[in-house]
Design a protein around this ligand. Structure first.
Ligand SMILES: [Zn+2]
Length: 362
């Protein structure tokens, strides 16, 4: 019954067009050729990359010479100094870009990407609209992102400049980063997430965690916001390359499940009337991810194929050790973690005892 088949086929096409209305070529992809991955969903989205690029440039512009800002740590090319001698911008393009950077400098540069509710909501919204080539809904109602009118105008004006100048390089770096980490996530993702959830005595969230890979992220090179749990990772940051990519992913993902650790530390401090060591839980997350990842990368580290994070003999140096995070207060934490938390990781102590011992030794 060809008619029926034709009708069904048309219906199928109709359904496709309803659910994927603006899936233009080169957009709306995640994981890039690896198909669905377990645990994470890796994106290279245009608007969220533009957002972080503008924030990065605004930050550079507003940082005075006398007070070097941590966010300037990654000094990637900015639009005016891009190597490769791209044709210079037309005056109108330069103005659009400068206006956008000025807007970000005036409105956002003083705010923290991790702590400002306004910036978190804006980031999430721009991530959700990665399929759209506009944000105003002028061409498609579906693409009305509901942002403030001035911001929509600024972003839409800067978009063609970014798309022509920096986006190709950022998108390439994002895809390269994703392609390198994807086989490890496929191979090890489920096991690692289960092991980490067991350690933190909780469950890893059932839905995949959305990860936006972006040329720039924040000063730390990666950050995670909750409700909804979303991760942003810089593909250009030298700290996130090679084998370290897997650790960064799972470190950031662990931000979503480390709450029981914070709660236990606070409880123990309250019982002993001690000041709460604000960063101990975070040092613990760094330590734990490093220790859980280390054997995995020791065995299959070659897959990552990079020098970064590797030591001769195939071992892997965890991020916090390599980047020298265990200094000052964190050095104390590191020694406590080795002494009291490691036995728990090895199965020789309980969660509660380990935390209690660490807190009582502070
Ligand atoms: Zn962290």
């Amino acid at each position: 019954m060809p008619n029926k088949i034709a009708t069904r086929w048309l219906l199928f096409l109709f359904v496709l067009s309803v659910f994927f209305p603006v899936r233009a070529a080169g957009q709306s992809q995640s994981n890039f050729g690896y198909g669905p991955l377990p645990v994470f969903e890796l994106h290279s989205g245009f608007w969220i990359n533009l957002h972080h690029a503008l924030y990065h440039e605004a930050k550079l512009r507003t940082t005075t010479a006398g007070s070097p800002d941590k966010s300037a740590k990654i000094s990637g090319p900015t639009l005016n100094t891009a190597p490769g001698a791209k044709p210079s911008l037309t005056p109108a393009e330069q103005r659009s870009w400068d206006d956008a950077v000025a807007y970000y400098a005036a409105n956002y540069a003083a705010k923290d990407l991790l702590f400002s509710t306004e910036l978190i909501q804006l980031k999430d919204q721009l991530g959700d609209f990665e399929d759209c080539d506009e944000l105003s809904g002028r061409k498609r109602k579906f693409c009305d992102a509901g942002l403030p009118a001035k911001l929509t105008q600024v972003l839409e004006a800067a978009a063609p400049v970014y798309r022509a100048q920096l986006w190709p390089e950022h998108d390439r770096a994002n895809r390269r980063w994703i392609m390198r980490v994807a086989p490890l996530v496929r191979e090890q993702g489920v096991g690692l997430s289960e092991r980490l959830a067991d350690i933190y005595q909780t469950r890893w969230q059932r839905e995949k965690i959305r990860v936006d890979v972006s040329g720039y992220a924040n000063w730390a090179g990666a950050y995670t916001t909750v409700d909804p749990l979303r991760v942003t990772i810089s593909s250009l940051d030298p700290r996130n390359q090679g084998a370290a990519a897997l650790e960064v992913l799972f470190h950031e993902g662990s931000h979503g499940i480390a709450e029981p650790v914070q709660a236990a530390i606070i409880r123990e401090c309250r019982q002993r009337d001690k000041a709460i060591p604000r960063d101990l839980w975070h040092a613990l997350v760094f330590y734990t991810t490093g220790e859980v990842i280390r054997p995995v990368l020791g065995a299959s580290g070659a897959t990552a194929g990079e020098q970064d994070g590797s030591v001769p003999g195939g071992g892997y140096t965890p991020y916090a050790l390599r980047e020298g995070l265990y200094q000052r207060d964190w050095n104390t934490y590191f020694r406590l973690l080795q002494k009291f938390w490691q036995p728990y990781l090895d199965g020789h102590a309980s969660f509660d005892d380990s935390i209690a011992r660490m807190v009582s030794s502070l």
